[in-house]
Write a protein that binds this ligand. Sequence first.
Ligand SMILES: Nc1ncnc2c1ncn2[C@@H]1O[C@H](COP(=O)(O)OP(=O)(O)OP(=O)(O)O)[C@@H](O)[C@H]1O
Ligand SMILES: [Mg+2]
Length: 241
Amino acid sequence: MDPIIRTQGLSKDHRIGRQSFRALDKVSLTVHAGEMVAVMGPSGSGKSTLLHLLGCLDRASSGAYWFRGRNVAGLADQDLARLRGRHIGFVFQSFNLLSRASALENAELPLIYAGLPRRARRTKGQAALERVGLGSRLHHAASTLSGGEQQRVAIARGLVNEPALILADEPTGALDSSNGHDILVLLKALNATGITILIVTHDASVAAHAQRQVRLLDGSVASDRRIARSLEPLAGGAPGA
Ligand SMILES: Nc1ncnc2c1ncn2[C@@H]1O[C@H](COP(=O)(O)OP(=O)(O)OP(=O)(O)O)[C@@H](O)[C@H]1O
Ligand SMILES: [Mg+2]
């Protein structure tokens, strides 16, 4: 089976005026379906840049990226958007919710882009919110939810298209440790159902829950190691299980 992610010499140059700045430098990375990988490294080392490329939100300057065996560079913008919409879920540090829309409307958003009819959107949006433990908050405006709840809505939105891959950029960064812990429990439970997860984190205790830690330094992979998975199961159980 093809790995879900394979990159070869993946690089990204940003233009700043006449200068070009290399944010990602020849990253070769293979991730197999079902892995949970922590991406670490100092600020500015290229973590978000890598996630944007892997999530097909941006295109590489050079190098190759195969998503489930498909060469991403060869895809037209429309096909790239479709691939993203069907297979990839995103979770960001700042939640990026529509504040006046309800939890359900937020969770449904990717399905609107995917062109699903209203009823199917409702059903799937509701199921995703139930999966993250927010079945009782469907119609609450996002702005009225707590930080932890907002991040769970964001995860529901990332889940709603039943992605094979979830890319999470500092998903616990804006949360206190207790809420951050709950989000981690949730991501681990999703990983246990077979979803591949890449999680960017500064926090070693968060990274300790991944099976693998990739460390970036100045845009390159400085280390890539498998670790024994966290010693004990996190309390809290699998949401929706
Ligand atoms: N659009 C852009 N234009 C110019 N430079 C950029 C752009 N995006 C990122 N960079 C630069 O590329 C480098 C890597 O940025 P990136 O956001 O990937 O870092 P990061 O590892 O996610 O950092 P942090 O931990 O602070 O989020 C940084 O030096 C940043 O200033
Ligand atoms: Mg970043």
